[in-house]
Design a protein around this ligand. Structure first.
Ligand code: PMP
Length: 437
């Protein structure tokens, strides 16, 4: 039984799942994929729950791919954007509007150091595109360094930064290099951050011209399977990259806004301050919004030309983003994520004692990964078993994400209003499903 929740979904009168699927197959591109064998038709959402066409409730432990930060249709956010929708939806940033300025000010106040200049875009991909352009212009160099197992977007440039072959097309991606991933579970140097960092140094010294435009990394790799970088890695690498003339970019598209617990940003868990921070997803609780925040020095190089996009920071998205920041403060979400996250991770580790299939439990706050293996010593990915358990969890009313190089990692990244009772329900469901495997 799901934890009690006092909300009745509205009656649904729309098309059936079969009808939607049929239309989607005919009119949406062939590379779209579906998460379940029988795709789920979601018609309503309330906080950490989703409802299908029959009114069935599901615990949403994936938050629309780590995007619904505060909860589905959070009333404060709905009220803010509804009010703005009735006043002005769009006028473009060539005019003044108070919301974009207020939102930029509020976002800058959440940043450490000299990270005070904000650019609004519409997605994580666009944010990383812009960050890459800034790094190249500022440094005067071309070479970008990213980690293996990274995901940074799907546009022509950012697909080059992404290092997961399921996403890559065979098109030229010049001057982008991938270094050894500091993955404590599968990485060749275990948790030894200094050795992984040496690979970056070696790459600069021996594998390139010696010049670097920028280095980009997620502090916990999202699509790659909730892989947390070895502790201390970014400190070493930021030093190396800056000495070689490059700038350091933190991709906070998944890790930002308190999700990792106790901090506002994932990079703070590594004790560094980047030169450029990119963000999207949780920034808008589902509104199409992204941002790049950088220093005045770096922003200055962008002044050579016009940097502008039509929608970025439009009034509705800005008002929505501002409401998100206020909710996170009001509901003290960083502390909540730390608290519920450590309860969840503790219970998953106890489960690991009883189920050999759990090779690794990792993560921080509400950004958690459970990697499944058929052999703990060899770490053989349990691909087929993951697929079966994934379907079984859905039957039991729990929606999680899937990821990792081999698709054998459950990604648990719910809306940040997720409770300890929800965590217990999820772990009990996983326990039951595993015992039936
Ligand atoms: N960076 C990271 C870390 C991501 O997880 C994603 C999306 N999964 C992106 C960038 C790209 O974001 P978007 O899908 O909004 O373009």
């Amino acid at each position: 039984q799901l934890p009690p929740f006092d909300y009745q979904p509205k009656p649904y009168l729309g098309p059936s799942a079969e009808q939607v699927l049929e239309k989607r197959k005919r009119f949406l591109g062939p590379s779209l994929f579906y998460y379940y064998q029988k795709p789920l038709n979601i018609v309503e959402g309330k906080m950490q729950y989703l409802f299908d066409e029959s009114g069935r409730r599901y615990l949403d432990a994936f938050a629309g791919i780590v995007t619904v930060s505060c909860g589905h249709c959070h009333p404060d956010i709905v009220n803010a954007i509804t009010e703005q929708n009735n006043l002005l939806q769009h006028a473009t940033t060539i005019y003044l509007h108070h919301a974009i300025a207020d939102f930029a000010e509020a976002l800058a106040s959440k940043m450490p150091g000299n990270l005070k200049v904000v650019y609004f875009v519409n997605s994580g991909t666009e944010a990383n595109e812009l960050a890459m352009l800034m790094a190249r212009l500022y440094s005067g160099n071309l070479g970008m360094i990213a980690l293996r197992n990274a995901y940074h977007g799907g546009s022509s440039n950012t697909i080059g930064l992404t290092a997961l072959n399921t996403w890559k097309y065979p098109i030229p991606q010049g001057e982008i290099h991938h270094v050894v991933n500091p993955d404590p579970y599968r990485g060749i140097f275990g948790s030894n951050a200094a050795l992984y960092a040496q690979d970056v140094q070696d790459h600069i010294d021996f594998g390139s011209s010696g010049k670097v435009a920028g280095f980009i990394a997620e502090t916990i790799q999202g699509v790659g399977g909730s892989v947390e970088l070895a502790p201390g890695y970014l400190k070493h690498v930021y030093d190396i990259v800056r000495k070689a003339g490059g700038v350091c970019i933190a991709d906070e598209v998944q890790t930002g806004f308190g999700r990792t617990g106790n901090h506002y940003w994932g990079f703070q868990t590594q004790g560094v301050i980047p030169d450029i921070v990119t963000m999207a997803k949780g920034i808008g609780n589902g509104l199409p919004l992204g941002a790049v925040v950088t220093t005045p020095e770096i922003a200055n190089v962008m002044a050579q030309k016009i940097q502008f996009n039509t929608f970025g920071g439009n009034p509705v998205c800005s008002v929505g983003g501002l409401a998100v920041l206020r909710v996170i403060d009001k509901e003290k979400r960083q502390a909540h994520c730390a608290n519920v996250g450590s309860h969840l991770i503790g219970r998953l580790r106890a489960l690991q004692e009883r189920h050999d299939i759990i090779g690794d439990v990792r993560g921080r706050g509400l950004m958690v990964g459970v990697e499944l293996v058929t052999d703990r010593k060899e770490k053989t990915p349990a691909k087929a078993e993951t697929a079966i358990l994934f379907e079984k969890l859905r039957e039991l009313g729990v929606l999680v994400g899937k990821g990792g190089l081999h698709g054998n990692v459950f990604r648990i990244k719910p809306p940040m209003c997720f409770t300890k009772d929800d965590a217990d329900f999820l772990v009990d469901a996983l326990d039951y499903a595993m015992s039936k495997l």
